[in-house]
Design a protein around this ligand. Structure first.
Ligand code: PRP
Ligand code: URA
Length: 212
């Protein structure tokens, strides 16, 4: 895949280990959900070294000291429904007070085009870094649609987090929205003829919620 300035592919053995278990068709719903959260936390930890901070005064048992904390409203979490919901707790582990907006999109099984069915975003999102969550980046259509919506709502900084992507999807998003930072834990080979990622992990929403 071509190099993009704003694309980060994590190549970390601890993430690779968890993704290997995630892919396994024998991995059940509970473990799948836990792994999605854990991988998300690892990704966010790496991707937010530059999170906005504020200075605070803390009184230890011995003296007052100036310390650094995460700025208020630094980030807003935006899962793409459904499967993005599985990543929310993984972000809340590190940003426990972050507000959550929801974007509902589903892919038409024939055309693979995304269709919006829900959008509810918190006020003040335009002054916050939007963390857009979806475990799977396939054609990129859903991510591009969600980013379009966030930009219409005034979001200036958007970071997309995907657990598995393919070059086609990464390139589509990077070309459509070159300003958006894209973080993919693992880059897979390709899409199959019906738009599923190979080797992939199957349908992320179904595996998270037990719908199949
Ligand atoms: C899946 C996945 C992404 C989308 C990726 O969702 O969670 O949102 O497909 O495909 P794309 O990059 O080609 O757009 P799906 O539409 O199956 O909905 P679900 O999360 O409700 O299962
Ligand atoms: N959505 C999924 O859940 N899995 C894929 O492989 C592609 C899109």
């Amino acid at each position: 895949m071509k190099e993009y300035q704003n694309v980060t592919i994590f190549d970390h053995p601890l993430i690779r280990h968890k993704v290997a278990i995630l892919r396994d068709k024998a991995t059940g719903m509970k473990e799948f959900r836990e792994l999605v959260e854990e991988i998300t936390t690892l990704m966010v930890y790496e991707a937010f070294k530059d999170v906005p901070t504020k200075k605070v005064i803390v009184e230890t048992p011995l003296e007052k000291t100036e310390q650094t904390m995460v700025a208020d409203n630094a980030v807003t979490i935006i899962p793409i429904l459904r499967a993005g919901l599985g990543m929310v707790n993984g972000v809340h582990t590190l940003f426990p007070t972050a507000r959550v907006g929801h974007i509902g999109l589903y892919r038409d099984e024939e055309t693979l085009e995304p269709h919006e069915y829900y959008c509810k975003l918190p006020e003040g999102i335009e002054n916050s870094i939007a963390i857009l969550l979806d475990p799977m980046l396939a054609t990129g259509g859903s991510a591009i649609g969600a980013i379009d919506l966030l930009k219409k709502r005034g979001c200036k900084e958007i970071r997309l987090m995907n657990i598995i992507g393919v070059p086609q999807g990464v390139e589509a998003v990077a070309n459509a929205h070159p300003d958006v930072k894209i973080y993919v834990s693992t880059l897979d080979r390709q899409l199959n003829e019906v738009g599923y990622i190979l080797p992939g992990l199957g349908d992320a929403g179904d595996r998270l919620f037990g719908t199949k």
